[in-house]
Design a protein around this ligand. Structure first.
Ligand code: GUN
Length: 280
């Protein structure tokens, strides 16, 4: 039976380490400001969870909720204010944004040193160049989880299914930094199943309920499921058919309790890192 890579348990380990490091700080606690525009119900849940997590580890957090009709210029003005506010170490603009707002312009307005999402082009460049920076939370959490379980990465064939700027592409860059041989597959990939079957490490982030079954997976592979979908019965499931795949792989992340809890834990890590770098 496959090893279950529990993100829930690892996130607890990360949070307790963060709490220790925050208690040992002299000076102000890390400060995170989250900007939310509009009233997307899922975003409201995520933003609430971020605030709760900040409290648990002694961070200052502030949520700025703006109405749907807020202009891009007003959001940019607020970001500029936060960029020059010394008590704010991390700035996160919750996605999705309303259609009249450019995600690219907003991401580029956040000071790279406060960009705890790792979406600013400077941080994207630093990631691909192998330099220090702030990198996207979900892929950083996945690498942290794999390290925590001492899963060897160097020289392994990694396939990432999904090419988003939030998960797929930064995941590829981080695994390249771990000396994996990295491929990215996507909706136009031909022979997707064959490609998947070649992977020692398969990371799936496509948003299609239980798409990957045991036939897609090399025996003994490590499988990371980034998906969060509702199946036809309304149950929360990943992009991977857990019951089928766990009978052939060596290790797998469950849904829920796998990758999900890592995103917030690594947002906190990034905020502490930003605070440390800004004050030294
Ligand atoms: N919405 C869904 N995931 C994310 C994320 O990682 N960062 C931000 N800012 N918004 C999101």
């Amino acid at each position: 039976m496959a090893l279950v890579l529990s993100g829930r348990k690892f996130a607890r380990v990360v949070r307790s380490s963060l709490l220790e490091r925050v208690n040992a700080l002299s000076g102000p606690p890390p400060g995170l400001t989250v900007i939310m525009v509009g009233d997307d119900p899922a975003s409201r849940v995520y933003v609430g969870a971020k605030e709760k997590a900040c409290k648990k580890v002694g961070f200052n957090s502030r949520i700025v909720s703006l109405p749907e009709e807020t202009t891009e210029g007003q959001i940019l003005d607020l970001i500029n204010e936060l960029n020059s506010d010394d008590s704010v170490h991390g700035i996160l603009v919750q996605l999705p944004l309303p259609a009249h707002v450019s995600v690219d312009r907003i991401a580029s307005a956040v000071l790279p040193e406060k960009d705890v999402d790792g979406f600013h082009p400077v941080n994207v460049g630093r990631l691909w160049r192998g330099e220090d920076g702030l990198f996207p939370c979900t892929p950083s959490g996945i690498v942290g989880l794999l390290h925590h379980h001492q899963i060897p990465l160097s020289g392994k064939n990694a396939l990432i299914v999904g090419r988003s700027n939030i998960v797929g592409k930064p995941m590829a860059a981080l695994l390249l930094r771990e000396n994996c041989t990295v491929s990215i597959a996507h909706s136009r990939t031909s022979n997707l199943i064959e490609q998947c079957r070649r992977a020692d490490l398969l990371v799936v982030a496509v948003g299609r309920a239980e798409m990957v079954n045991a036939d897609w997976v090399k025996p003994g592979a490590v499988v990371v499921d980034v998906g969060m979908n509702r199946n036809s019965e309304g149950k929360l499931v990943g992009d991977v058919d857990y019951n089928s795949v766990s009978s052939v792989c060596s290790a797998i992340t469950p849904v829920p309790g796998g990758v999900g809890p890592l995103t917030i834990a690594f947002l906190l890590e990034n905020t502490l890192l930003a605070r440390t770098r800004l004050l030294t």
